[in-house]
Design a protein. Structure first.
Length: 94
C-alpha cells in the first residue's frame, strides 16, 4: 500500500460531528467523526460536546482542538479515500 504524504489545508464543521476537509493534494470531502467522539479517553472527552468539537483548527497540516487532541492527517486521508469520500476539491465543493 502506497502512503501519500498529505496535510489538511482547511476544515469546515458541518454539524452532527461532520467536517468538510480539504487536503494538500487537491482532494476534499465530507467525513463523519462520530467514531472519534465515541472513543473514551481524557483527551477526547471535550470533543463529545459539539461546540467544542467545532473549535477544530489546522496546525501544521493537522486537525487540532484547543486541548491538544489531534488527528493524523495521513490516516484521515487514507480512511476517507478507502470509503470513497474524496473528490477533486472543485467537485467536492459543488
Amino acid at each position: 500500500m502506497k502512503i501519500e504524504m498529505v496535510k489538511v489545508v482547511s476544515l469546515t464543521p458541518m454539524g452532527d460531528f461532520t467536517m468538510f476537509v480539504r487536503f494538500s493534494n487537491g482532494l476534499a470531502g465530507t467525513a463523519g467523526f462520530s467514531h472519534f467522539v465515541g472513543a473514551r479517553g481524557s483527551a477526547s472527552e471535550p470533543l463529545f460536546e459539539e461546540a467544542f468539537f467545532n473549535r477544530v483548527t489546522v496546525i501544521d497540516g493537522i486537525p487540532t482542538w484547543p486541548n491538544g487532541y489531534d488527528i493524523d492527517a495521513i490516516a484521515l486521508h487514507m480512511r476517507m479515500k478507502a470509503a470513497g469520500l474524496l473528490h477533486s476539491a472543485t467537485q467536492a465543493a459543488e
